[in-house]
Design a protein. Structure first.
Length: 274
């Protein structure tokens, strides 16, 4: 059964590694100062997120998606890495308006979501590991030559570069954006690309980076967004994502079995009214 596309939930690339634990004895995790959580009765509402100065607005989010976002930086790419819990976590939708005196940057947002899930949804989890089908992202050619649409980036995305001004060039951004059958990356590592690919229904597996590429890259990938099996090279609308990866980026997905982290839900509750 195919899962919804986690890769397009938001354009935020969550990076970094932290300890995989729900209760941490050290300094408390970042949290929102105030958070309004309301049920959204629209079953067709798209999941949308907007980071704003002093807060974040999330519309139509399922709890399962919130958990995936909160623990994505710790190896959770897919919904099948979230084990247990009642069925409503993948069905019921919620609107969240959360405020904080500290900016909810992409690096801070996962920890803030973990606190929100613990406090408002009474989420309690423990970590485990399970053997699961996966793909390794590798360089396709033996001479390690990359494809024509993959280039080393000259964009500076470090914190020292500063955030662009409100009237700055709108094309100055870093990360991955996907629309239909087009995926565009700016200053993206191979590990970030691998994590993003794991969220597409046509891939339908966890993807780990085994390219050996250490830099950051710009790329543009065009493929048929229709569901195409790995063995099918071309559809009427264009190449499959598997074929496009090789022809355009010079990369390939090699099937393997991996021991992957999973989040096991011990308990979770619907939030109390605001």
């Amino acid at each position: 059964m195919n899962q919804p596309c986690l890769a397009t939930v938001s354009v935020i690339i969550l990076a970094g590694l932290t300890a995989f634990a729900q209760d941490r004895p050290a300094s408390p995790e970042p949290s929102f100062e105030v958070a309004s959580v309301k049920a959204n009765p629209n079953d067709d509402a798209p999941e949308g997120i907007s980071l704003q100065s002093g807060g974040v607005r999330m519309t139509g989010f399922r709890v399962r998606t919130l958990i995936a976002m909160a623990y994505r930086s710790e190896g959770i790419q897919r919904f099948d890495q979230i084990v247990g819990g009642p069925s409503w976590i993948g069905v019921d939708r919620f609107d969240i308006d959360a405020r904080s005196p500290e900016e909810p940057t992409p690096n801070r947002l996962p920890a803030m979501l973990r606190t929100l899930l613990r406090d408002r949804f009474r989420l309690r989890i423990h970590s485990a590991r399970r053997n699961m089908p996966a793909y390794a992202l590798v360089v396709a050619r033996r001479d390690r030559r990359l494809g024509p649409e993959l280039h080393e980036s000259t964009i500076d995305c470090s914190p020292a570069a500063g955030a662009p001004a409100a009237n700055a060039d709108p094309d100055r951004w870093c990360g991955i954006r996907a629309t239909g059958g087009v995926i565009v990356g700016r200053a993206v590592s191979a590990a970030q690309l691998a994590g993003n690919l794991g969220g597409y229904p046509t891939i339908d597996r966890f993807v780990t980076d085994r390219t050996g590429l250490s830099g950051r890259y710009d790329f543009r990938l065009e493929y048929s967004s229709a569901f195409v099996k790995p063995g099918d090279a071309v559809s009427d609308a264009g190449p499959s994502l598997f074929t496009a990866l090789t022809d355009q980026l010079g990369l390939a997905l090699r099937p393997e079995t991996m021991t992957l982290p999973v989040v096991v839900i011990d308990s979770v509750e619907k939030p109390t009214p605001n």
